[in-house]
Design a protein around this ligand. Structure first.
Ligand SMILES: C[S@@+](CC[C@H](N)C(=O)[O-])C[C@H]1O[C@@H](n2cnc3c(N)ncnc32)[C@H](O)[C@@H]1O
Length: 241
């Protein structure tokens, strides 16, 4: 039987190898203060995913998962369940990575349609191939574009999802306004996001925490305004502190 993930593994091999890419990757990984925009970061990382089989790029939901592959799929499933995703729904999924979550949702939750939006061209290209190979091209449309300026009409969908990508957005507020514009009355918005932990009260621990977050923010394209202390939903109108 054909391994359903062999397309991902083949694609990974295709992207590894060129010396230039390896050098750029080393410069990003080992140069202390190099900052890349999200699109450049994910172009550079290409198909270097943590997972053994698919190409998920999230950190997973570990309630019952034993492996990163299971945890990544569990996070995607959790988002779909929280959204109450089902056959009547048109979904707009921003920051879809290589499309793993969209393939999983179509198989398990069968929404009417998924439109994916992603800023990284190499991911869009590869995800489209994967969707075509799984025979889902009529139900999943993947386009290049930003979550903060979506090339989609008003009230076009029932659900907007963002799986571990909103921490990149410049800004979350713009994305939320766009999601509100796209959603039909009664629509649902579900995010799985990365935010800072609550500040440690102890000075030394707090400094370690600040340093760790600033390193993460620099390496993983968190906009500068949110590299400092203000990285939570509480300043956004309507979200409780
Ligand atoms: C950590 S990866 C998560 C990918 C996928 N959701 C997953 O769970 O595997 C972040 C994704 O967000 C995308 N992204 C970053 N900024 C974006 C933006 N402004 N608009 C749309 N996608 C964006 C990246 O290209 C990447 O696919």
């Amino acid at each position: 039987m054909k391994d359903p993930h062999s397309d991902a593994i083949g694609a990974r091999r295709h992207f590894l190898g060129p010396l230039g890419n390896a050098t750029a990757f080393a410069a990003w990984a080992y140069t202390p203060f190099q900052r890349l925009a999200a699109r450049d970061l994910y172009s550079l990382l290409a198909t270097r995913a943590f997972t053994a089989n698919g190409l998920y790029l999230n950190l997973g939901y570990w309630k019952t998962a034993q492996t990163i592959d299971e945890a990544c799929a569990a996070l995607a499933a959790l988002v779909a369940e929280a959204a109450g995703m089902g056959p009547d729904d048109a979904v707009v999924d921003v920051g879809f990575g290589f499309g793993d979550q969209d393939l999983l949702w179509m198989e398990r939750f069968a929404p009417r349609h998924i439109t994916g939006l992603n800023v990284t061209p190499v991911q869009v290209r590869l995800a489209r191939q994967r969707v075509r190979r799984r025979g889902m091209a009529d139900r999943i449309t993947l386009i290049e574009g930003s979550a903060t300026a979506m090339p989609l009409p008003d009230t076009c969908c029932d659900i907007v999802t963002a799986v571990e990508c909103a921490f990149h957005f410049q800004t979350r507020e713009k994305f939320l306004a766009e999601a509100f514009r796209l959603l039909r009355p009664g629509g649902r918005l579900v995010l799985a996001d990365v935010i800072r932990a609550a500040p440690e009260p102890d000075g030394w621990r707090r400094r370690v925490q600040d340093f760790t977050w600033s390193q993460f923010a620099q390496k993983f394209a968190v906009p500068a305004a949110r590299g400092g202390s203000g990285n939570s939903y509480s300043p956004i109108t309507g979200f409780p502190a």
